[in-house]
Ligand binder design. Structure first.
Ligand code: HEC
Ligand SMILES: [Cu+2]
Length: 421
């Protein structure tokens, strides 16, 4: 063999070993702390997946080393030694010395057909069993169903406490999916526009959100905490900024959170807090045609029938009215429902933190001492959202800019939004 070829073989072997070692080191380092790690699950479905990955990785590793080992061993065993002088003496075979050529070997061929077939068959059985358990809505035993709706570039959560997704939800929130610890929560995953994919790696695998379809999914968390996620189906300009968080609360806190979410917002016109009433005026004119605030905005604010001359100061009844107005009252057609905005830790598809110095705070209901509203980011968002989070050239997606607002207007709007807790 030429010395160049030899060098090449050594180099590739070295790369192979170094690459494998690097992969192992990276996966160990990344595993535990990384918020988007599948390898350190925090719930039943996540664990099912990890328990599938680990043994398959071991089997694949054994196969890898057996095959690479065989390649190296064969190379060594059948190498031609000697210098490569080209004098016919060394380094290559004389015609008459050329080894006998073998054509086929039944035993080996049958073996390398059967062994992988059996391996893959066994793996597929375990895979299918795990796969069916991941979206087993029936087995969950939980009444509540959360309809998850992907939209460029944020997530809406509609809570159906009785599990009936054909009737209007009990309340609607965005970006942060709050669930009780230890419960298999059934999800009903949908999309309003293009295909997205819902993924909270520590709790379960990915599930596509496809327009016109409804996909079952289940998530469960073992312990209280915040579990980050990311849209994983490319869905347009701000796909990378389409994140989400699942927040697991202990049952008592979940009940408290739920009761609060079902409470309509307070009438800002009666507020004595400086700026709130004025902020509501601005909101009613500039924002209420998209954003629903249960108990405060109404269909008329979003292009529906108006029953008052100015068209926007109608106060919806949370539980009143027939199903039609009720639905319209509650479901944001195209923008996050802001009724309890301040109870979220993040906003705009979880791209920004709503509070500074809050950490990954648990318990979720009370802000840790020292946490403050991320006022700068919130104001910048309200003033010119497309600048903070790219939408599209015609601004037909996402939140529009409101650069006509004065600094005073924005202060007032933020004062009003601050009451939405
Ligand atoms: C044309 C519809 C539209 C109008 C008008 C509008 N918004 Fe939005 N807003 C959106 C959309 C869509 C999003 C989600 C964008 C995203 O996350 O990418 C959003 C997001 C937000 C958020 C973040 C909410 C969350 O939970 O993520 C806030 C706060 C907000 N808007 C406030 C306002 C205010 C204040 C106004 C008026 C000054 C306003 N919006 C006007 C469509 C609108
Ligand atoms: Cu997406």
């Amino acid at each position: 063999m030429s010395s160049r070829l030899k060098k090449l073989v050594w180099l590739s072997s070295l790369l192979l070993v170094a690459g494998t070692a690097a992969l192992i080191v990276i996966s160990i380092v990344v595993t535990d702390d990384h918020p988007l790690s599948t390898l350190s699950p925090s719930g039943r479905q996540g664990r099912d997946i990890a328990q599938l990955i680990n043994p398959i990785f071991v089997v694949a590793g054994v196969v890898f080393f057996l095959i690479q080992g065989a390649v190296l061993a064969l190379w060594w065993r059948y190498r031609v030694s000697g210098s490569d002088t080209g004098d016919g003496e060394h380094g290559y075979y004389e015609d008459e010395e050329f080894p006998e050529q073998v054509h086929g070997n039944n035993r080996v061929e049958v073996a390398w057909t059967i062994v992988p077939t059996v391996l893959l068959a066994v793996i597929s059985v375990f895979t299918l069993v795990a796969l069916f358990a991941l979206d087993d809505v029936e087995a969950s035993g939980e009444d509540m169903v959360v309809t998850v709706i992907g939209q460029q570039w944020w997530w809406e959560y509609q809570y159906h406490l009785d599990g009936d997704t054909t009737t209007p939800p009990d309340f609607v929130t965005a970006n942060e999916l709050v669930i009780p610890v230890g419960v298999d929560v059934p999800l009903d995953i949908k999309s309003r526009d293009v295909i997205h994919s819902f993924w909270i790696p520590k709790l379960n695998g990915k599930k596509d959100a496809v327009p016109g379809r409804s996909h079952d999914w289940v998530i469960q968390a073992d312990k209280p905490g915040r579990f980050r996620g990311q849209c994983t189906e490319f869905c347009g300009l701000s796909h990378g900024y389409m994140k989400m968080v699942a927040v697991a609360l202990v049952p008592d806190e979940f009940e408290e959170w739920k009761a609060n979410q079902m409470t309509p917002a307070e009438d800002p016109r009666q507020s004595t807090v400086p700026g709130v009433a004025a902020g509501w005026e601005v909101f009613g004119q500039q924002c209420a045609n998209c954003h629903v605030i249960t108990g405060v905005t109404s269909p008329a604010n979003r292009g529906g029938e108006s029953t008052t001359p100015d068209g926007w100061d109608i106060y919806g009844e949370f539980n009143g009215g027939d199903a039609g107005t009720y639905t319209d009252e509650l479901i944001a057609g195209a923008a996050p429902n802001l009724t309890h905005l301040m109870t979220r830790g993040t906003f705009a598809g979880s791209m920004f933190d709503l509070y500074l110095d809050a950490g990954d705070h648990v318990p979720y209901l009370d802000l840790p001492t020292g946490a403050t509203l991320n006022r700068g980011e919130l104001e910048a968002w309200i003033y010119n959202a497309p600048e903070r989070k790219p939408a599209d050239a015609e601004n037909l997606r996402g939140m529009p800019a409101r650069t006509s607002l004065s600094p005073q207007d924005i202060d007032n709007v933020v004062a009003f939004l601050s009451t939405l807790d």
